[in-house]
Design a protein around this ligand. Structure first.
Ligand code: HDD
Length: 716
């Protein structure tokens, strides 16, 4: 820690790494306000209540008489209920959150910044993260095609730092003045408030067709990045260009990155659509389930830096938020990690009331002239005033863990009581003395600026297609095919020909083949030649494949064993031990929620395995993989059940990992009805893994397999 920082800390009080947990518990651990089975019900003014079920009425013993307005208890209950809602966020209304910590591995970043949160490896800085979708309202579904918000509040010892990012590294627009336009265009249309949780409508595609700077981001959202498998499997990006200033006063431009430990993974579109209906809270529940099951999600934190003197060395403007800094040009440096290990206690005061501001930075970190960031710095504070009132930073989830002391006073819902007669500076008592920079006070980098005041964009901001093309060229063939299907789906939902015809022409600036295929699908203008030559450049780091898991793992994955009565119990037990050892969350799906019976056991004896759900209760869409054990009657019973066949077929269509043992191999072959699939011709061979992600084994010594897995689980 620098001496300046320590002096300031002494002037206030010291804080610890678990400070935020302790701080929040100030509001939750008081036993007198914890629900219990004793007589605890009171009014808001603390008077015990004897009846919360009957409004005070005039009764004559026979008929019901009038309800009395006098009933202060009933009135309070209704008043409080009437005012439970606050305005939802104007964007990113739908979200989920969790607590955790951030730490850096060493002081490597001190060559760029003096910020202790990024350089002091002895610290564990508390964080709160909120993930979100952008378009839909608070009650919309999780798995829609959309950008995901990735907002991190670091409760540092020098004050709160909010890194308000997304799961996509670029943005739709370059200048903040266009934000209300892009959001109006993507949100439900004003005349009928349709559609919800989708960008598949005329207004969005109309806007992006006329605002070509959005082309790059449109490619990202329409790629598999737009339908993540889980919040835990998303990359995060600060998106805007910030700056870092080191102890020598040198300045660097910086981009911030989060890299998920589990790799970057997506749903497939058909699956995403179905989950919207089957489990609209899929991502929210996934986050909670992983943390509660002891698989706290983890991200590495990386930075890309460019020294101030190299600002103009690139063929794009490094302050343009519609551009990435290709990793080949500016490599990532991993400097730390974040773990989310605590779920929230109550959604509203934590997830709904958390409020982020890009303008919240700490000494050692600064802004750049990125025109999108500059506008954001105004907007966030402003919107929190509408949502939460001017004293929103006093709310438990938002208040810093370090002391907050200043001359701000009053306003609606002020909680804090500051003693003393002074509320201004300068004053005779020298209270609230500003902290000099060498004692830790924030000070701006002395940046030289010159120019002519005018409403213009810098020259390199005029180029919009090079990186959109770079992104498209870098995709794997299957990623390109998904992207073409996604744009085709969206444009098919636009019924104004001007809209889909214009957009297919925009696409022809990116790639001829892309434009042609989409135009054929949606009835657009089929081009006969490219509007712009493809520069042919590509880079592996823009494909999602590059960031998929480096070390395959079942850890924290939802894996089921699919059963009917008559299964082979040794195999099931072996499978479950092995999966548990690998850290997977396991489930049994059967014909009913209740006992499912192994071979040799009478149905109804209660001596079976308990199925967590029946075939329709939880569909295969909600799991990552499944295994079917052998058993002669077992395979036949599955084959006789249309729901079981549908379960398997959908999973196969969604490219899930599938395993089958013994007799189940033949069932699987019949269920998916795919001629020419190699596992169909090899039902009795050992360890056949085919290109569809299907593993089949004829026989397996599961007893020794389970024993080995058990040893692994015991750490031997
Ligand atoms: Fe924004 C919320 C991310 C551009 C104005 N934004 C919001 C949230 C995220 C982002 C993750 C949700 C925070 C939470 O969970 O509470 N926004 C971005 C990114 C952008 C971006 C990565 C581009 C780099 N935003 C942007 C611009 C403006 C805004 C250009 C306005 C000029 N954003 C807002 C807002 C919101 C918001 C209106 C709504 C709720 C809130 O702030 O707290 O102020």
């Amino acid at each position: 820690m620098s001496s300046a920082t320590s002096t300031v800390k002494q002037a206030f009080t010291s804080v610890t790494q678990t400070a935020k947990v302790a701080d929040l518990q100030r509001d939750t651990i008081d036993p007198s306000v914890k629900p219990s089975s004793g007589y605890t019900h009171t009014t808001d003014h603390g008077v015990p209540i004897s009846d919360t079920d009957n409004w005070l009425k005039v009764q004559d013993g026979v008929s019901t008489g009038p309800s009395l307005l006098e009933d202060q208890i009933s009135r309070e209950k209704i008043h409080r209920f009437d005012h439970e809602r606050i305005p939802e966020r104007v964007v990113h209304a739908r979200g989920a959150g969790a607590h955790g910590y951030f730490k850096v591995y060493d002081d490597k970043a001190s060559k760029y910044t003096s910020a202790p949160v990024l350089t002091d490896s002895s610290r564990e800085t508390p964080v709160f993260v909120r993930f979100s979708t952008v378009q839909g309202s608070r009650g919309s579904a999780d798995t829609v095609r959309d950008v995901r918000g990735f907002a991190v509040k670091f409760y540092t010892e020098e004050g709160n730092w909010d890194l308000v990012g997304n799961d996509i590294p670029v943005f739709f627009i370059q200048d903040a003045i266009k934000f209300p336009d892009v959001i109006h265009a993507v949100k439900p249309e004003p005349q009928n408030e349709v559609p919800q949780g989708q960008s598949a409508h005329n207004n969005f595609w109309d806007f992006v067709g006329l605002q070509p700077e959005s082309a790059h981001m449109v490619m990202w959202v329409m790629s598999d990045r737009g339908i993540p498998r889980s919040f835990r499997m998303m990359q995060g990006f600060g998106v805007n260009t910030y700056t870092l200033v080191n102890g020598e006063g040198e300045r660097f431009f910086v981009k911030f990155h989060w890299l998920p430990e589990l790799g970057v993974h997506s749903l497939v579109w058909d699956e995403a659509l179905k989950i919207c209906g089957q489990d609209p809270d899929f991502h929210r529940k996934d986050l909670e389930e992983a943390i509660k099951n002891g698989a706290p999600p983890k991200w590495q934190f990386a930075i890309q830096t460019i020294p101030e003197a190299r600002e103009h060395d690139f063929d794009f403007d490094i302050l343009d938020a519609t551009k990435v800094w290709p990793e080949e040009l500016v490599p990532l440096e991993v400097i730390g990690e974040m773990v989310l290990n605590r779920t929230v206690d109550e959604f509203f005061p934590e997830v709904e009331q958390v409020a982020f501001c890009t303008s919240h930075i700490v000494p050692g970190i600064g802004f750049s002239d990125d025109p999108l960031l500059q506008g954001r710095n105004f907007s966030y504070f402003d919107t929190q005033i509408t949502r939460l009132g001017v004293n929103w930073e006093e709310l438990p989830i938002n208040r810093p863990v370090c002391p907050v002391l200043n001359t701000h006073r009053d306003g609606a819902m002020r909680h804090k009581i500051t003693s003393g007669e002074i509320n201004y500076w300068p004053n005779r008592k020298e209270h609230y003395k500003p902290v000099p920079p060498d004692q830790g006070g924030y000070h701006e980098y002395p940046q030289k600026v010159s120019g002519i005041k005018q409403r213009l964009r810098a020259p390199k901001f005029q180029e919009h297609y090079n990186q959109a093309q770079l992104f498209y060229n870098s995709l794997q063939p299957y990623e390109k095919s998904h992207l073409i299907s996604a744009i085709s789906f969206e444009l098919s939902h636009c019924d104004d020909p001007v809209v889909y015809e214009t957009y297919t022409q925009v696409l022809n600036n990116i790639d001829f083949d892309l434009a042609k295929q989409v135009a054929i699908n949606v009835g657009g203008v089929v081009p006969d030649k490219s509007a712009r030559p493809n520069h042919g450049k590509s880079t592996p780091t823009l494909s999602q494949l590059y960031y998929a898991t480096k070390e395959p793992t079942v850890k924290s994955r939802r894996i089921t064993v699919l059963l009917a009565d008559g299964f082979n119990i040794e195999q099931v037990e072996g499978i479950r031990v092995a999966l548990k050892a690998g850290g997977a969350t396991t489930w049994i799906i059967g014909p009913r929620r209740g006992y499912v019976y192994p071979a040799g056991e009478q149905v109804g004896t209660g001596k079976g395995l308990w199925a967590d759900h029946h075939y329709e209760g939880q569909r295969s869409t909600l799991f990552d993989a499944f295994i079917i054990p052998g058993g002669k009657d077992h395979a036949q019973k599955l084959a006789d059940n249309g729901r079981a066949i549908h379960w398997v077929r959908e999973a196969f269509g969604h490219c899930k990992a599938i395993g089958a043992i013994g007799e189940a191999v033949a069932f699987l072959r019949e269920a998916v009805i795919l001629p020419g699939v190699d596992f169909a011709t090899n039902p009795n061979s050992d360890d056949v893994v085919n290109s569809y992600g299907v593993v089949t084994v004829g026989t397996v010594d599961l007893a020794s397999f389970a024993a080995d897995a058990f040893k692994i689980a015991q750490g031997q």
